[in-house]
Design a binder for this molecule. Structure first.
Ligand SMILES: CC(C)(COP(=O)(O)OP(=O)(O)OC[C@H]1O[C@@H](n2cnc3c(N)ncnc32)[C@H](O)[C@@H]1OP(=O)(O)O)[C@@H](O)C(=O)NCCC(=O)NCCS
Length: 179
């Protein structure tokens, strides 16, 4: 399945995206704050495409202007979500390459994922979380209509032994329809 916004195509990751994925996901400011390790080689990125990014509802964020994948957005439904096991609830995760920060591209992608979740996947509630201190991600969630729900302490992350604080926000279908 492919989704589209004004500036973006959201489409499944392909093996041939490994080079572009490595270019952006090898930056230390991307993975760890989002919950995944820094990519260490193009082969590593290839493996991640095979093993992780091939999950259902996981999309490469492709800039229409260049046709290059520059980030990722995913909707994890039911058991795939960290926040709820319910099949009518999902969780959105996202990142975008550093050169593209600050252009509102992820909010644009997230708004489309929200629409897809509520209209096409018939979800009732969508969750979204960020680790304490990630103000950029907090802003994305605020701008997309999510409101603060709860905080979870001692969440394991990619750095072995390090526990972090996660703030979780949520958006219901009803809130989204009435926005
Ligand atoms: C969080 C992230 C996805 C935001 O995507 P984006 O497309 O840049 O989103 P926006 O353009 O709406 O910017 C969001 C906020 O980031 C901040 N910001 C933008 N560009 C920035 C930059 N170059 N440096 C520092 N902060 C910046 C601003 O506060 C902005 O909020 P504002 O619109 O109220 O000014 C992106 O920064 C990212 O991938 N970060 C690393 C991975 C990550 O944190 N993923 C989310 C895990 S929960």
């Amino acid at each position: 399945m492919q989704l589209e916004t004004q500036r973006l195509i959201l489409r499944p990751w392909q093996k041939s995206d490994a080079q572009a994925l490595y270019k952006y996901a090898s930056h230390p400011d991307i993975g760890p704050i989002a919950g995944f390790p820094v990519h260490t080689s193009v082969d590593h990125s290839k493996e991640i495409i095979d093993r992780v990014l091939s999950a259902p509802n996981t999309y490469a964020v492709v800039l229409k202007e260049t046709n290059e994948p520059i980030g990722s957005v995913g909707l994890m439904i039911g058991k795939a979500s960290h926040q709820s096991n319910s099949d009518t609830e999902g969780e959105i995760g996202y990142w975008i390459g550093v050169p593209y920060w600050g252009q509102g591209l992820i909010p644009e992608a997230v708004r489309e994922m929200i629409r897809h979740g509520f209209e096409d996947q018939h979800l009732e509630k969508i969750w979204c979380g960020y680790f304490d201190g990630n103000e950029k991600s907090k802003r994305v969630q605020e701008k997309c209509g999510f409101t603060y729900h709860h905080t979870t302490e001692n969440v394991p992350c990619v750095i072995p032994g390090l526990l972090r604080t996660e703030h979780v926000s949520c958006l219901t279908k009803e809130e989204w329809e009435n926005e």
